[in-house]
Design a protein around this ligand. Sequence first.
Ligand SMILES: NC(=O)C1=CN([C@@H]2O[C@H](COP(=O)(O)OP(=O)(O)OC[C@H]3O[C@@H](n4cnc5c(N)ncnc54)[C@H](OP(=O)(O)O)[C@@H]3O)[C@@H](O)[C@H]2O)C=CC1
Ligand SMILES: O=C(O)[C@@H]1CCC=N1
Length: 273
Amino acid sequence: MDLSDLGRRGLVLLGCGKMGSAMLEGWLGRGLALSAVWVTDPQPSDWLRTLAVRGLHLNEDLPAEPAVVLVAVKPQMMAEALPGLAALGNGRTLFLTVAAGTPIAFYERTLGAGTPVIRAMPNTPAAVGRGITAIIGNGAASEEQMALAEDLLSAVGQVVRLEGEAQMDAVTAVSGSGPAYVFHLIEALAAAGEAEGLSPELAMTLARATVTGAGELAHRSSESASQLRINVTSPGGTTAAALAVLMDPGTGFPAVLRRAVKAAADRGRELGR
Ligand SMILES: NC(=O)C1=CN([C@@H]2O[C@H](COP(=O)(O)OP(=O)(O)OC[C@H]3O[C@@H](n4cnc5c(N)ncnc54)[C@H](OP(=O)(O)O)[C@@H]3O)[C@@H](O)[C@H]2O)C=CC1
Ligand SMILES: O=C(O)[C@@H]1CCC=N1
């Protein structure tokens, strides 16, 4: 990651809750200087206050022309929070927004049509360098700025470019919200283990290690997800019995996840209205 432009001109975070903090943690871990970071957040966390003692600018006046403003407030707060940065619009500052739903057109209306805007959808595994972020830029965002965003975001995981903004709600529903589905899988698997007689502690230890271990295997292996599944499944064995339930077309994972992902994508579209 080339941090020189950010170091010189500054990185502003508008909102620094769970997602902003996850990304900031990743960037600081990759060598971004605290003195290059400005955070605007009405109720900063203890972590941010500690960083402010060590040089991060917390709720201070912003630099005249920061290289990047990361917009990480909730979509519901956007109309209140964004106009305060209108003076940075229509210039060289890149607005990189992670807000679900809010379309690029909203930023252009609020900040000026000539404002470089890149809409990104990251996820919280960014905090450990294992996120995935999808990006799409507006006409004012130069290839150099797309590359800068890619560079910045690749410091916290993979980056993919989208073909069009219309894909963003589906992306949000799969990878933006997706970590929550996986964490819920851990909870549900542990609860099912408890129902089979395990102690809550043992059930949670087994469920957590199984999901993270399977995730790591999927990450490292060149085999497809289907093949990895088949590798666990002995004919006529225990896994096959469970998969008959989970792969049931009407009531199994495919149907449940189809409904869940649709609900998330629909909500994204609603937030964008
Ligand atoms: N969490 C996730 O996994 C992901 C989230 N996102 C997106 O990231 C954005 C932030 O989500 P998340 O981090 O979960 O939410 P959080 O509520 O944790 O963070 C938002 C932060 O913005 C602060 N804030 C509120 N109003 C203002 C304001 N006027 N000016 C500056 N800061 C303000 C909030 O403060 P206070 O708490 O006081 O309100 C809070 O600290 C959302 O738009 C979401 O769609 C995208 C991908 C994944
Ligand atoms: O729940 C949300 O709306 C945000 C967007 C993706 C993950 N969290």
